[in-house]
Write a protein that binds this ligand. Structure first.
Ligand code: PEP
Ligand code: MG
Length: 323
């Protein structure tokens, strides 16, 4: 198995019937790039920039951030890099940013909600990203988007900073894709509306599952409800992928589910374009995809969504297709 995976390191990811799928990696710091390249990652599908803030005694400066983003873009040598803007709050705290004590931090002041309220901090990050954009293929992604207004506000700040930089004579790439994470059910439901305005979606299943099932992703007592294969989750994901494709956009996934070997056949069947996972899952997923036929997987996904009542039934169905 190990030998087979090694051979797949420099191969493109293709299904049995020859469809290319992008296999990307999730990273937290520029240091993680070594793992991405050693495991044949075709892109970075999620760079969690909050670690830049969490590993620093104070807000990272524009230049600190610029250096980190540049390092990742250069390290990927022109391959796509999706950088997610700061996702603090929920379970992630910053010692130097006083957040209010909340009854439900995961439903509270978090991620894009903080960024739109503290826009000086957000603008600093956006400027650093825009300046770094000339060093590779940058894609910018906003987390925890619930409404179109939030996306429009974030995009407007990005456009403002871009215009300012250009006026200052700073070079900025002209082809930066701007997308959103789909991790709040409200956004998944109206994905058709978002698809008209964004360049791409990346489904954040870690949060999407907890919000859809109303089951805290870190609470053992309700972990039985944390069901990636529940037909409700699959229907939301299908809605997101179909909405993206109807507008000629791409849909990826950067939650844990993207690297889950039971979920992969379903997601291939639903037409997911990009899978982003921990680097150590890339080769086994590439090996699995090589054995999957997209038409057959589309039939599987259709049955899972329309004929299965429970997550257990979905798992049994996937097994019957892949064993
Ligand atoms: C997710 O919610 O699926 C995700 C990728 O973001 P995080 O795990 O950082 O919340
Ligand atoms: Mg999330």
């Amino acid at each position: 198995l190990k030998a087979e995976w090694d051979k797949l390191k420099d191969a493109k990811t293709v299904t049995a019937d020859g469809k290319h799928i992008e296999l990307a990696a999730n990273i937290g710091t520029p240091k993680d790039l070594e793992g991405v390249n050693n495991n044949g990652g075709e892109a970075v599908g999620l760079y969690r920039t909050e670690f830049l803030y969490m590993d620093s005694p104070d807000f990272p400066t524009e230049d600190d951030q610029y250096q980190a983003y540049k390092a990742v873009l250069e390290g990927m040598a022109g391959k796509p890099v999706v950088v997610r803007t700061m996702d603090i709050g929920g379970d992630k705290e910053l010692p130097y940013l006083q957040l209010p004590h909340e009854m439900n931090p995961f439903l509270g002041y978090r991620a894009i909600r903080i960024c739109l309220a503290e826009d000086a901090m957000f603008r600093t990050q956006l400027r650093a990203l825009l300046r770094a954009s000339v060093h590779g293929q940058l894609r910018i992604m906003f987390p925890m988007i619930a409404t179109l207004q939030e996306f429009r506000s974030a995009k407007a700040l990005l456009d403002e900073e871009k215009a300012k930089l250009i006026a200052e004579g700073v070079e900025v790439a002209s082809d930066i894709q701007v997308g959103i994470m789909i991790e709040i059910p409200a956004a998944a439901v109206i994905a058709d509306k978002f698809a008209k305005e964004v360049d791409f979606f990346s489904v954040g299943t870690n949060d999407l599952i907890q919000y859809t099932m109303a089951a805290d992703r870190m609470n053992e007592r309700v972990s039985y409800l944390y069901q990636p294969y529940n037909p409700s989750i699959l229907r939301l994901i299908k809605n997101v992928i179909d909405a993206a494709h109807a507008e000629g956009k791409w849909a990826g996934m950067c939650g844990e589910m993207a690297g889950d070997q039971t979920a992969v056949p379903l997601l291939v069947g639903l037409g997911l374009d990009e899978f982003s996972m921990s680097a150590t899952s890339i080769l086994k997923t590439r090996s699995l995809m090589k054995r999957l036929d997209t038409a057959k997987m589309a039939e599987l996904a259709d049955k899972a969504i329309n004929e299965c009542d429970t997550a257990d039934e979905v798992v049994a169905l996937v097994d019957s297709y892949t064993k």
